[in-house]
Design a protein around this ligand. Structure first.
Ligand code: ES4
Ligand code: ZN
Length: 326
């Protein structure tokens, strides 16, 4: 339709994307076969039939199972390249991608194997079509802070390849304050800081991420609507929220897309951005997220442009590069 055609012409960012969440069913199956790994699914149809989630944890169980088929440098190269080709297709000129080494470590995958595949794809995309990419070292909050600190240390050798650290996985019961030392150590190393907060967790977790972790940006953050003081603070500081509409509906953060509060946040002056989170699992990449908001909430062109501009503002691009798009 016309909105979709128009949207494709506008350069966009994506700031909240778990690379493992872009693993398509056909690749999950072919890599399982390649490495002789048993999966409880025999076909693309059977994998996709499992994309029925009742909450974040029920999704994470499938997400980590899927990611367990990634083993060698070729696998990481193709995973990254598949997503970067979508960026080219959808006019996502700058993306910031979360990678999660703690997911692969139990399978004996070294940091250097993973990084070799990822950087080969990134270098190719930058060279071939000028793709701009930032990598975010995303740590898993269901594991210990000690495990995250060890991963941060393992990343020292690759420090120049990352723009930021992040915090993902099971939110409830794993509050930001569990990771105060991790964030201090990352800040000392010069990383920018993001964290998931206020997806399933309460508004207080957003406050913790801001005050205890001193994050530059909040992933999700939609539970801020429960706390007017927090809303005012986010509007005042323009600390960005990377909101993921299709994810929120699939994980039952909102019952239907028509209930999503993204436009209220935009209206209140928050720096809200649109992102896809785990596009292979949630029924669409970035353009499909905008399109779903257009259909369900009447997201119009001027609101779309405001969200896209927020994406550049919220990015970790240099001020000079931001100016090219703002
Ligand atoms: C995630 Cl939607 C979501 N929330 C928290 N952690 C995640 N990891 C991958 N997707
Ligand atoms: Zn996420």
């Amino acid at each position: 339709d016309q909105y979709a055609e128009w949207l494709a012409t506008i350069p966009k960012t994506e700031l909240h994307l778990h690379l493992d969440g872009s693993l398509q069913a056909h690749r999950m199956l072919s890599l399982a076969a390649k490495h002789g790994i048993g999966l409880p699914y025999a076909s693309v149809g059977e994998v996709e039939a499992a994309y029925q989630f009742k909450n974040l944890q029920s999704f994470l169980d499938l997400y980590y199972l899927g990611a367990s088929v990634l083993r060698d440098e070729e696998d990481f190269y193709h995973l990254m390249m598949d997503y970067l080709l979508v960026c080219r297709e959808q006019n996502i000129v700058h993306c910031e991608i979360m990678i999660e080494p703690q997911t692969y470590a139990p399978n004996g995958v070294s940091f250097s194997t993973m990084m070799a595949g990822f950087t080969r794809a990134v270098d190719e995309a930058e060279h071939d079509w000028g793709q701009s990419v930032g990598l975010i070292l995303s740590l898993l909050r269901h594991l210990s802070e000690e495990d995250a600190l060890q991963t941060l240390t393992a990343a020292d050798e690759f420090r120049d390849q990352f723009v930021a650290i992040g915090l993902a996985s099971a939110e409830l019961g794993n509050p930001p304050e569990k990771f105060v030392r991790l964030y201090a150590a990352a800040r000392e190393r010069g990383y920018r800081l993001v964290a998931h907060a206020g997806e399933e967790g309460p508004a207080d977790y957003i406050w913790q991420a801001l005050k205890r972790l001193q994050v530059d940006r909040i992933d999700h953050g939609v539970r801020c609507v429960d706390d007017p003081e927090l809303m005012a603070h986010l509007a005042e500081t323009r600390i960005p929220l990377t909101v993921c509409p299709l994810s929120n509906v699939r994980l039952r953060v909102f019952e239907r897309m028509a209930d999503h509060t993204l436009l209220q946040l935009l209206e209140k002056g928050l720096c809200v951005t649109v992102n896809s989170d785990d596009p292979a699992y949630f029924g669409g990449y970035l353009s499909e997220n905008y399109h779903a908001m257009h259909v369900a909430l009447g997201l119009d062109r001027s609101q779309t442009l405001a969200l896209i501009r927020n994406g550049f503002e919220a990015s970790f691009l240099s001020d000079q590069k931001k100016q090219m798009y703002l």
